[in-house]
Each structure stands twice: as C-alpha cells, then as structure tokens.
Design a protein around this ligand. Structure first.
Ligand SMILES: [Zn+2]
Length: 559
C-alpha cells in the first residue's frame, strides 16, 4: 500500500445513516467521512467505505438521522452547569407537592449554606402568589430560595431574606424589585437579578452568576481549589450539551473569567463543544469599558473558544411585567414596563459597539424593547455605514407589524426559543397570555411571520431557562399551535426547525462556510440520532435521542 493511499484513509466514518446535510446542493446522503477534524466526504455508503482503512473508526448509524451538530444559539453554560445540582421543581404543582420536594431535597443537603430550587411555575400555588410565609411553613429554619423557569423572579423564605439583609427591602436600579408586603417587610418575591442576587450569593455560587449579574470578574480572584471547582461546573455543563447533540454554544452571558476557565479545560483535555462567550454590557457601565470586549475578542479567537460579541439586556420578562411594551399590559393598564437603558443610551451603545466591529445581541422581550433596539441598530448603520454586522435580538416575544420588516432591512438576526411560547412546552398559558392580551397574540413569538419577512431566525433553548434538548425545541416548533383560531400559524416545518438549530446558528456566528452543514471541508461536527427523524410523528419526536455526538472529529458523547 502506498503512503499516499494510507493518507486518504478516514479517521472515522459514519455509515448506514439518513444523512440530512442541510446543504441545499446535496440534501441527503448515506454516509460521512472525517479526517483531521474535518469532513472529507459526504456520499453513498459505498463511496465512503472506500475511505476506510485499518485504523478507521466506523460508526453504524443503523438507519438513524445524521445531522450537523446542533448549534445552541442562546444559552447560559456556567449557571446551567451549576443548576444541574439544584432542586428541580419543574412540573411540581400545589403546596403539598412543593413541601415534599423541598423537604426531601433539604434532607439530602444537610451542609448546604443555601438551598436553591429551579424551574418553579409562577402558578405553582394556583392563583395564590407565593410568599415567604408559604416557604417558611415548608422550611422555617434553613435558608431556601427558588427561581421561576425564566430566572427573572425568585422567591425566598424569611431566613434567606434575613441572611441576605433584604428583609426590610433595599433601593435597587430600574426594573428590579423586592416586593414588599403589607407588614412593611419583604413579601418573599424578588424580581430581577439585583433583587435576588444577595440571596443567591449565599449559595456560594456567586462566581457562576457574575457573567449574568454584572459582567465583572471575581474579586478576590478565586483560589486554585475554587477555580478547579468552577472548571468542574463548566465540564458538567459541556457534557450536558454534548449528550444532547450540541457541538457549538453561543453563550449569552460572560466575562473574562469564563473564557479563562474554558481555556484551561481546552488546554487540559480539549473542549467537547465550541464556545463563544460575550462581553456583558450593563447599564451602569461607561462606553470606554467596551475596551474589555475588544480584549476578550482579540485574546480568544480560535475555532473552539471565541468572543466577538457584546450581550445586553434591554428589558425583563412579561411574567413580572418587566418587559417593555409599546401599549400598556393587558392586565395592568397603567404600566408599560421600564427599560434598563433609555433609547438614547442604547443608540450610543449600539453605535460604539458596532464601530468596534463587534456583534451585538440584545435581550428584548416586549415590543417596545424590540423597537428601541432596532432603532439603535439603524442608528449604528447610519453612523458607521452598512456592513455585514449580523446584530441580533434575543427572544422577541412580542413585536409589531411595522417592526417585522426591519429585521431583514437592517440584517438583524431574530433569535427565538421554541420552548418559550406559553403552552408550547413547559410554560403554562397563564399568566403570560393575559399579560400580552389577544390584540397582540398574532405577533407574539412570531417565528413564521419574521421568517416570511426575510429575517434569519435562529433557535435555541436559553438553557437553563428551558431544557437544553434541541429535539424538544424542534418538537415544540413543529407542533406550535395558535392561542386563538384567528391567530396566524407560527409553526416551523421539520426542515426549517433543523436549519434554525444548524445552518442558521452557523450564520449567526459568521461561520456558515465552516459549520452548520455536512459538506466536504467543513468542521467534523455531527450528531447521530436513534431514529429517522423525518419518519417520526411530531408527537413522538421527543423519543428520538442523540446516540453519538462528534465535535472536531472526536466523539464527545456516546449513548
Ligand atoms: Zn438568556
């Protein structure tokens, strides 16, 4: 055998699959060959088996779908990794069930400084709003707090409020609120990060939240042991991604510390997923602090770890009335929410970030926030000239007819989360649909309307806000039903949903020529599923499981 012949051999081949390449010119194939971290061929089983040598690893897809690795376009790796160890309260309803879950968890964590629950429905107690008194009746003597699935509201017991020093309230920035009771003491409900930050910090996971809470760095710098513990949290999160078929992560909070931890893992054993970490710009910062975003971008610039993005929150969420609406909330007629930036502040920020050549991603849930952010992007284009900026808007839960076409006009990416519409997956219809009101339903979570208007739509989970599983997201997107018969159908086809988790995700990170598609020369990032996803009934999609995840030619997960 000639040396040249040996060189042709693949490191790994996937055969006997239904390969959905997401490549328009060659949409379906049977097999894929990988060498040196890249795809070297996509084609028939016979053609690919010709590239098999004695050392070639063979993966039999057994007729299952083979897809480009999923690109998670909006998630929170560090906090998600930490929360995997918290009490999971999704699906728990009623006081007795809540009591049982919390007490059982508390008994397994006798030494925890603070007990934390996740994923509590806003309607866990039906129409009754949760107060510290409910939680005191469950756990009077140990600090306990629990977060709503959207992570924008928490509830704490009296012990936790006392220890955090907020039982008597505290002055907070706009959009944040410690809800006060008739007795002049905190009622237990804490709205937005400044309100519940002091409680969560008691859990000793303050470093996990920094990228979201302040965008700042740990102070003092963590000890070697703390860094090691934090790397393990990251590893746990990364493994969770790999087991769900994810090969690229666009993280939506960040700081230098997160990049350092990931770089350390990369140096030690290699990353199982490619990660982009943004600089998080908060409303108390000044524009010169964007220097740090530029430093992060220049320092971390590999195919595995990168930055290049500035993340911003313009508003809050509908369920706590902190999203910014153009017209008042349907169930609170005197209130439109309070933005975290003034429109002019945001315009100045957008112009400054865009001038640095960085991408901007802004959390904007209400139609007022969406409009203000589009205005900022338009101002940036006028000030700096039109370029391929691919600025993004995250969530877009409500928008307006006049703003829909501006996405395509301004080249703005619509980053949407199929699990989020009330009723689509885990979130109940109420209170959200009443907050929005029927007049705004037709343009709520309007994936289809935005796509039809020419916008690039990317899908994601916003994990840990929703379960990370892209297949659950695909199912939610395909099965989406309008809230009223007169509302437009916003569902996506299977292929459109797959594209929104692959090629469109690659586009969102300027990488559509290197990933998101199974094509010769592209990164060897792919996932093998347990069944043929095209032949699976929509209601059964959740049963389809990733069996092998491959990232950069390496197997990162095998069932
Ligand atoms: Zn998010």
């Amino acid at each position: 055998m000639s040396v040249a012949g040996a060189d042709r051999n693949a490191d790994l081949i996937v055969i006997h699959g239904r390969v959905l390449t997401m490549d328009g010119g060659n949409p379906v194939a049977e097999a894929v060959a990988v060498k040196d971290g890249a795809i070297i061929a996509v084609g028939s089983r016979a053609a690919i088996e010709e590239l098999k040598g004695t050392a070639t690893q063979v993966i039999d897809a057994k007729g299952g779908s083979v897809l480009p690795g999923f690109i998670e376009a909006h998630m929170h790796l560090f906090s998600g990794g930490a929360e995997l160890a918290h009490l999971q309260l999704g699906g728990v309803h009623g006081f007795e069930a809540l009591k049982k879950a919390i007490r059982e968890y508390a008994s397994t964590k006798p030494d925890a400084k603070m007990l934390v629950g996740q994923g509590v429905d806003y309607t866990v107690l039906g129409d009754e709003r949760v107060t510290r008194h409910h939680l005191d009746a469950i756990l009077p003597d140990r600090p306990f707090c629990m977060a709503a699935p959207d992570h924008h509201t928490m509830w704490a017991n009296t012990k936790a409020l006392e220890m955090a020093g907020i039982l008597h309230g505290r002055a907070l920035g706009p959009g944040n609120e410690i809800v006060m009771g008739d007795d002049g003491l905190a009622a237990g409900e804490l709205r937005e990060g400044e309100a519940f930050g002091p409680v969560l910090d008691l859990a000793g996971e303050g470093r996990v939240r920094l990228g979201l809470a302040t965008g700042g760095e740990p102070d003092p710098m963590p000890s070697a042991a703390e860094r090691a513990a934090d790397r393990d949290i990251m590893r746990r999160g990364l493994a969770w991604c790999a087991r769900h078929g994810i090969t690229s992560i666009q993280n939506m909070d960040g700081n230098l510390y997160q990049l350092e931890l990931l770089a350390e893992i990369d140096a030690e054993e290699g990353l199982p997923c490619r990660v982009q970490i943004p600089f998080h710009y908060k409303n108390f910062m000044t524009l010169d602090m964007l220097d740090k975003a530029t430093v992060m971008t220049e320092r971390y610039n590999s195919e595995w770890l990168s930055s290049g993005m500035v993340k911003v929150f313009y508003d809050g969420v509908l369920d706590s009335w902190t999203a910014v609406m153009i017209e008042p909330y349907a169930d609170r007629p005197d209130w439109v929410g309070e933005p975290l930036f003034t429109p002019q502040q945001f315009i100045d920020l957008a112009v400054a970030v865009d001038r640095r050549g960085l991408q901007i991603a802004v959390h904007s849930i209400g139609d007022g926030a969406v409009r203000a952010v589009l205005d900022g992007y338009e101002a940036a284009q006028k000030a700096n000239g039109k370029r391929d900026s691919r600025h993004r808007i995250e969530h877009i839960e409500v928008t307006t007819t006049s703003d829909v076409p501006r996405f395509a006009e301004l080249g703005v990416i619509a980053s949407m989360q199929p699990p989020h519409p009330p009723g689509a997956m885990d979130f109940p219809l109420e209170p959200t649909v009443s907050r929005i009101g029927p007049a705004r339903w037709p343009l709520s979570y309007a994936w289809r309307t935005l796509k039809n208007a020419g916008a690039h739509v990317v899908f994601a989970s916003d994990w840990p806000v929703s379960p990370i599983d892209p297949i659950l997201g695909i199912q939610a997107a395909v099965m989406r039903k309008p809230w009223a018969d007169s509302d437009p159908d916003q569902s996506f086809s299977l292929w459109e949903s797959l594209a929104a988790y692959t090629v469109e995700g690659a586009y969102a990170e300027f990488a559509e020529h290197r990933k998101g598609t199974l094509k010769s020369g592209y990164m060897a990032d792919l996932v093998v599923l347990s069944a043929d996803i095209e032949k699976t009934a929509p209601a059964d999609l959740h049963k389809v499981r990733p069996v092998t995840t491959i990232c950069g030619g390496k197997i990162t997960y095998q069932a």
